[in-house]
Ligand binder design. Sequence first.
Ligand code: ZN
Length: 480
Amino acid sequence: MRIAVGGIHTECSTYSPVLMTEEDFRVLRGQALLEAEYFSFMKAEDVEHLPLLHARAVPGGPVSRGVYDAFKAEFLEGLRAAVPIDGLYLAMHGAIKVDGMDDAEGDWISAARAVVGPDCPIAASYDLHGNVSRRIIDQLDIFAAYRTAPHIDTPETMTRAWSMLVSALRDGTRPGIAWAPVPVLLPGECTSTEDEPAKSLYAQLPEIDKRPGILDANLMVGYVWADEPRATACAVVTATDKPAAKRAAEEIAAGYWAERSNFRFGPVTGPLNEMLDIAERATTTPIILADSGDNPTGGGVGDRADVLKALLARGWRGALIAGITDRPAVEACFAAGAGETLMLKIGGSLDPASPCAEMLVEVVRLDDSGLERERQAVVRVGAIDIVIAARRRPYHDIEDFRRLGLDPEAVRLLVVKSGYLSPELAPIANPNLMALTEGVVNQGIAGLASLRRQRPAYPFDQDFAFEPVARFSSRWSSGD
Ligand SMILES: [Zn+2]
């Protein structure tokens, strides 16, 4: 069996003015794709995998059109060279915005379908924060999405999608998809699967999988910071039995709708100054404060200095801010050298609307992996240490700190640009506070500009009735 593999994977806030460029993507192609840890689960003796192109980026602003077009052209060129194939597996995120284009995954997947033809099954794995459109569903045969947020089931999800494809090819069955949109758009921070009611809603999915004729049940939260017509939550069920698929999709959709007003932020959450008041009174450490409006892993720019400015204004003692993206500031630190003191402006290097702070700092440490865009600097102002990064990136893993000689457990206050904390930071937070800061992934959902979304949609609209109706992929419908 010949299965081609590729895809494009990122999440884009349409509120961000900072376009993603080629440099933002990690691109796998050829043998490097097959040898990547990310795709290491694809092992079956009777399957030959044909690597296309897989491009993945930390979430951010819209992808520039030229970069998207170039990735798509290379992917399609590989696909044209690979056909005839028995199946296609796409590892997607689901929330890309391409500058000037709606429903980029719909565009990508439709283009792939046009190359492989109507008889080739296509399987896709998704992040549960993807926005699924009718156009996407109509081109797919198999779908599986994460069931955890924070996402700790990425390999398992990819394996589910790929395994269903391999099984279908082996036994000659042709699964199909039922899709039931739910007009609800909530942030990931309210819908963490570690907290109710998402925890229970997601716990049902493996149970639904066990029903006869059902292969894989999914609940998509969608991505709220995309002001696009397709943005929506939905249920997506891969199955071999149509009535069972329809019932399951409508049941999952109805369950999410019924709970829509019960989602809450997991940690203690509030305006920045309130959170800093709480932090000042705290007697335990490390307090981990999430600067949620500028979280790069949710699509935030990551260059804002709001929290730094607030801490300076309070004369705060004992904090580590990790990090703020500011390439010119990093370069200035490298030019000065470790141990030197300089006047430094930090913040606002990417989005002119982002606040900045200017102050005298001491360069504590420089980190150079050999690539200019990977450089980092640690600077100190009073009793506040600040990590500055040349590129947009999170500091969510312990190793991110260790590399810089920093111990996140040893500080009084750790500030990270994050929504819900990562699996490595959550266990050490004592306590965890989430600040409702400004930025392009602002958690004030009801106040987001909503010019292009389909309405009504909760929480933008509160008072409307809804009854879920599942539709089949047109590929499945035409098989009647
Ligand atoms: Zn996600």
